[in-house]
Ligand binder design. Structure first.
Ligand code: 13P
Ligand code: SF4
Length: 302
């Protein structure tokens, strides 16, 4: 076994730590993680985990959510600059403006957002539970932040609601175009197209299935098809291949990579655990306010 991995495993035991990883981190991290999942699964897990230290291998908003949901634990994010640009794409002023304009509006905040933004939301959602949660809200008016594409996908399923969108986006998913997907489909006509809802609407429309990273993995695993065109970040390939060694997965020609997720390395995991540094800190004021929409999400998603 690689020396670095041995060191991480020894440190984990000594310090009663667990490693949580998102499907987009590098394969080497997914190999050593105790739990791998989508952002909903990982946030739910953070409330249940019985360990002194959580090493969160993902981006800042994920580490923050784990800390908010489980403040007594030490949460380490091995690279503090692993951040999701979309998490910063809306501000408090815009939320206040919409609330003034549409008084009976639920502010629905994608979990890909900073803790400061969550403070002003009525409920958080992830791509795995957004439809169920928005449907359950009593409000007709929905201000969906920050991701426009996920918002539009959910809106297309809920014609009874009135949606106000914001123009946030994920540069990784918007680099996937309908043209590239159709080129692949022409080359592999028997393939099914599986799409993450952060993709633009014209890509979403091509999907045989549209859902979160874990939804995509589950669909591909249950499907009788042998070939799939995968419209999301490439890190998902590790789990797709592990669960489906006899199936083939194609990605749109320019490989969609989230550079922030890839900033987490084995060395950084070892160092963070060894020195107990790169701790995620959230002030009490932010934590208390951001906990409400996160808890409401966990409640409504049950
Ligand atoms: P999931 O909720 O599907 O894991 O997606 C998280 C994400 O950041 C997608 O870009
Ligand atoms: Fe953010 Fe996109 Fe990376 Fe997901 S893939 S963490 S939305 S930049």
């Amino acid at each position: 076994m690689n020396q670095l991995i041995k060191e991480i495993q020894t440190l984990k035991q000594e310090k009663n730590a667990v490693i949580l990883a998102h499907y987009y981190v590098d394969d080497s991290i997914q190999e050593i993680a105790d739990y791998i999942g989508d952002s909903y699964y990982l946030s739910k897990l953070a409330t249940e985990i019985d360990a002194d230290i959580i090493v969160f291998c993902g981006v800042s908003f994920m580490g923050e959510s784990a800390k908010i949901l489980n403040p007594k634990k030490v949460v380490l994010l091995p690279e503090e600059h692993a951040d999701c640009p979309m998490a910063h794409m809306v501000n408090k002023e815009k939320i206040e403006m919409i609330r003034r304009e549409y008084p009976d509006t639920a502010v629905v905040c994608y979990i890909n957002s900073t803790a400061e933004l969550k403070m002003y939301a009525d409920v958080c959602v992830t791509s795995a539970n957004a439809l169920k949660i928005v449907k359950a809200l009593p409000n007709k008016n929905i201000f969906f932040i920050p991701d426009e594409h996920l918002g539009r996908f959910i809106a297309s399923k809920l014609p009874e609601k009135y949606f106000i969108f914001h123009d946030g986006f994920c540069h990784v998913h918007t680099s996937i175009t309908a043209k590239k997907v159709l080129e692949l489909k022409k080359k592999y006509p028997d393939s099914e197209i599986l799409v993450h809802p952060e993709c633009p609407s014209d890509v979403v429309e091509l999907g045989n299935y549209v859902g979160s990273t874990s939804g995509i993995i589950e669909y591909a695993t249950k499907s009788e098809s042998k070939e799939f065109i995968i419209c999301t970040e490439m890190g998902i390939l590790y789990e797709l291949q592990k669960k489906n060694p006899n199936k083939t997965f194609y990605f749109p020609s320019e490989h969609p990579i989230c550079v922030n997720m890839k900033k987490i390395t084995l060395e950084k995991v070892r160092d963070a655990l060894w020195k107990e540094e790169k701790k995620v800190e959230v002030s009490d004021e932010i934590r208390e306010a951001a906990l409400k929409p996160l808890n409401r999400m966990l409640e409504l998603a049950k």
